[in-house]
Design a protein around this ligand. Structure first.
Ligand code: ADP
Ligand code: MG
Length: 421
């Protein structure tokens, strides 16, 4: 299939209104257009969707996009439809469609109008859908959020494991594109093995966030006073404070309020109306701080979050990276402070004790990495990037001095103590 840089850029402009590709997008897209299997690892917000959307729009046939969440699919379909006069250019195929709607979708695909077909894995595995899709031209299959394949990922979905055999039934040599923001080597191995894309070209963006400062403090009974002090020193700035339990969220929000900090609580126990009210108050800057469980943050795009505090240590380095990643999106400062005590680790272990053994083993292994991160005296950035399979030069790398250990090395303090005594 012929294509050149002019084609790519004019299509980018035409369909998305962008004049430049972001990061590795252009290289990825060229690889997809060459009908190669492709594996894309980019942090959240890196622009992965475009890596399959643009080649799908430029090619003949329909690209199948496997995605875990109906809400995600709907957003993308609406966005794509916005760039075309043709409503059928993108469709979602799922169990909520009625007979008439299904007929329309199939007609659009058969007529070559539909360039992107979004499906949840459980719809793709349905026999009647497989039978239909076998009879039409498929340009490629993109597996978004591909970490769902792996038990080592944070969102394991068993239905994701059968995709390879389905794709094989849809036709010969249909290219597969796997995409994820999960960079751990174990998850990557699982994805490659499961999708059978051993020969795929790997495109991996750096996960380094040089503008974020990482700090861990020992958790004591004075934690609330410590947090209040921190927030007051940063008054007028937006911040998120994550707590493990809903109860703690409400307590801490109240303590902050009583101490003159404008804060709202947020957790999944509030009804939708209350949740969106508190969320909007934070987004519109009616309040500085949101105290929340991890229910808060998915898809929240506030560029100037200046700090993310973890009142309780998270269950994996990955979650920590995702949650702290909400700070400093605009490239400005972002202080990531985690409170740590081994008691909290034991609490998390206890939470898991009711789960199946295999799940417990994985959960404990992930937790041990969190312990190592919290207790390390090396560059926290180096530790985290190493965890994601990335080398980091702790002397000259970008953001090299942006963590507590590098700023105040522990050995030095001890030596100083020795001299003074
Ligand atoms: P990911 O799936 O990697 O988390 P998305 O595909 O959702 O990221 O894209 C994140 C944001 O980047 C979106 O708002 C998207 O419109 C924007 N984006 C993607 N590519 C470009 C580009 N080439 N130029 C400008 N913005 C882009
Ligand atoms: Mg995405």
């Amino acid at each position: 299939k012929e294509f050149d840089n002019i084609d790519l850029h004019s299509s980018l402009k035409k369909y998305f209104g962008f004049s430049q590709f972001k990061g590795l997008q252009e290289e990825v897209i060229k690889n997809v257009l060459r009908q190669n299997n492709t594996f894309v690892i980019m942090p959240t917000g890196g622009g992965k969707s475009l890596c399959y959307q643009l080649p799908a729009l430029m090619q003949e046939g329909t690209a199948i996009i496997v995605s875990p969440l109906i809400a995600l699919m709907k957003n993308q379909v609406d966005a794509i439809r916005g760039v075309s006069s043709e409503n059928g250019i993108a469709h979602v195929l799922n169990s909520s469609l009625n007979k008439g709607e299904i007929k329309q979708v199939k007609q659009d695909i058969t007529n070559g109008v539909t360039k992107l077909l979004y499906v949840a894995p459980e719809s793709l595995t349905k026999e009647e859908n497989v039978e239909f899709l076998r009879s039409v031209t498929i340009s490629f299959v993109a597996v978004d959020e591909a970490h769902c394949i792996s038990e080592w990922g944070h969102d394991f979905r068993p239905e994701y494991r059968n995709l390879k055999s389905i794709v094989e039934r849809l036709g010969d040599n249909i290219p597969i594109i796997g995409l994820t923001a999960t960079a751990t080597p174990k998850v990557q191995e699982d994805i490659i093995k499961n999708l059978g894309i051993g020969g795929a070209t790997l495109f991996k963006a750096s996960f380094n966030r040089p503008n974020l400062f990482y700090e861990v403090r020992t958790k004591t009974e004075n934690i609330e006073a410590d947090i209040i002090r921190f927030v007051k020193q940063n008054s007028g700035k937006s911040g998120i404070i994550y707590c493990l339990s809903r109860k703690k969220v409400e307590e801490l929000a109240q303590v902050l309020q009583v101490n003159g900090v404008s804060a709202v609580p947020y957790h999944a126990g509030f009804d939708a109306k209350t949740r969106s009210k508190y969320q909007d108050m934070f987004l519109m800057e009616d309040v500085d701080v949101v105290v929340a469980t991890i229910a808060f943050g998915m898809g929240i795009d506030k560029p100037d979050v200046r700090f993310v505090i973890h009142h309780d240590i998270p269950k994996s380095i990955e979650s920590y990276y995702q949650e702290t990643g909400r700070a400093g999106r605009d490239g400005g400062e972002g202080h990531c402070l985690a409170y740590y005590s081994y008691k909290d680790i034991e609490k998390l272990e206890k939470f898991m004790s009711g789960k199946p053994v295999a799940e417990q083993e994985i959960g404990n292994a992930l937790l041990q990495e969190v312990v190592a991160y919290a207790e390390t005296s090396m560059s926290r950035r180096k530790f985290m990037l190493h965890y994601f399979g990335e080398e980091f030069d702790e002397v000259n790398g970008e953001g090299a001095d942006m963590d507590d250990n590098t700023r105040n090395p522990k050995e030095k303090e001890e030596a100083k103590d020795g001299v003074e005594k």
